[in-house]
Design a protein around this ligand. Structure first.
Ligand code: A2P
Length: 282
């Protein structure tokens, strides 16, 4: 009679095949250009809501040496710092070196995640204020998906306004659902507080498809539409703080607009009135 080898816990654990491997737990496709996914979180990973990490996949083998190098890009963590998993929100670029492959991940697959969070879209980089603005285009919504689920966002401010500009209505859906969920999910209501959630205003706009509010947020800011719609007099360094995340064009244009209102750019080491980060593209 042979004795059966007991399955020990160690032998049942999946051995990572990649350096810094994390396992995909869910994937959701929003449009043919956008998807989000969740992965396991390394037990030792601490981050501040709004920060980004480098994630990716192993690149193709070098034709000469056969060696593979990791193909990594900066991705804002879209989940809040208290979440036990990590969430990411990504564009799909059909000929993009990483996202052409990353868009095909499935639950159970592994991705590489370098556990070194950094970034400027953090509360620490802003001076105290009364009103907080999040300005996003496209996948630039990701860091705000994290910050909007962080109680500190509501504790530190009297009002929180998130604007999201996308080409069409379908591209707003990830953000729209997230905000709807904040207001309807029992866990979120309990964590953030109903009173606190009343501080939140969501202002979605589209530029290429008809929707209730159309136009680039930059134009809506400069022509006064945004202020008129929200019943706000304007943006001032005395009361307003802002975080900006989108395309290079948005970031440059909004910087100029915010500086025109007298706001100054802050950093982790020198907190001021607004901060900017480029959304991952490609
Ligand atoms: P537009 O359709 O007028 O280019 P993308 O999907 O290309 O990243 O763009 C996301 C959204 O950001 C689009 O609605 C786009 O508007 C808008 N956008 C692009 N550049 C700017 C900019 N410089 N200022 C404001 N919005 C911008």
């Amino acid at each position: 009679m042979t004795e059966q080898t007991p399955v020990t816990e160690a032998s049942a654990v999946k051995v990572p095949t990649l350096p810094d491997a994390q396992t995909v737990t869910s994937v959701q496709h929003w449009t043919d250009r956008l998807f989000s996914f969740r992965v396991t979180r390394p037990a030792s990973l601490r981050f501040r809501s709004g920060e980004f990490v480098m994630i990716g996949l192993m690149g193709d083998p070098d034709p000469k040496t056969g060696r593979q190098k990791p193909l990594l890009r900066a991705y804002s963590i879209a989940s809040p710092s208290w979440d036990e998993e990590l969430e990411f929100y990504s564009i799909k670029v059909q000929d993009g070196p990483l996202t052409s492959r990353l868009q095909h991940i499935q639950p159970g697959d592994e991705i590489i995640l370098r556990p070194k969070p950094v970034g400027t879209l953090v509360h620490d980089a802003l001076l105290p204020g009364k009103r907080l603005w999040f300005f996003a285009t496209g996948t630039g919504f990701a860091p705000f998906a994290s910050l909007l689920r962080d109680p500190q966002t509501y504790e530190d401010y009297d009002q929180v306004i998130v604007t999201h500009t996308c080409r069409d209505v379908a591209e707003l859906e990830y953000g729209r659902q997230l905000i709807e969920n904040l207001r309807s999910d029992e866990l979120m209501l309990e964590l953030l507080g109903e009173e606190n959630l009343r501080k939140l205003t969501y202002y979605p706009t589209t530029t290429r498809e008809t929707s209730p509010k159309m136009g680039r947020v930059t134009n809506l800011l400069t022509d006064g539409t945004l202020f008129a719609d929200l019943g706000i007099e304007g943006i001032s360094p005395d009361t307003d703080r802002a975080m900006v995340c989108g395309s290079m064009g948005l970031n440059t244009d909004l910087k100029e607009i915010l500086e025109g209102f007298g706001l100054e750019e802050g950093a982790n080491s020198d907190p001021k009135h607004y901060v900017v980060e480029k959304a991952f593209v490609g």
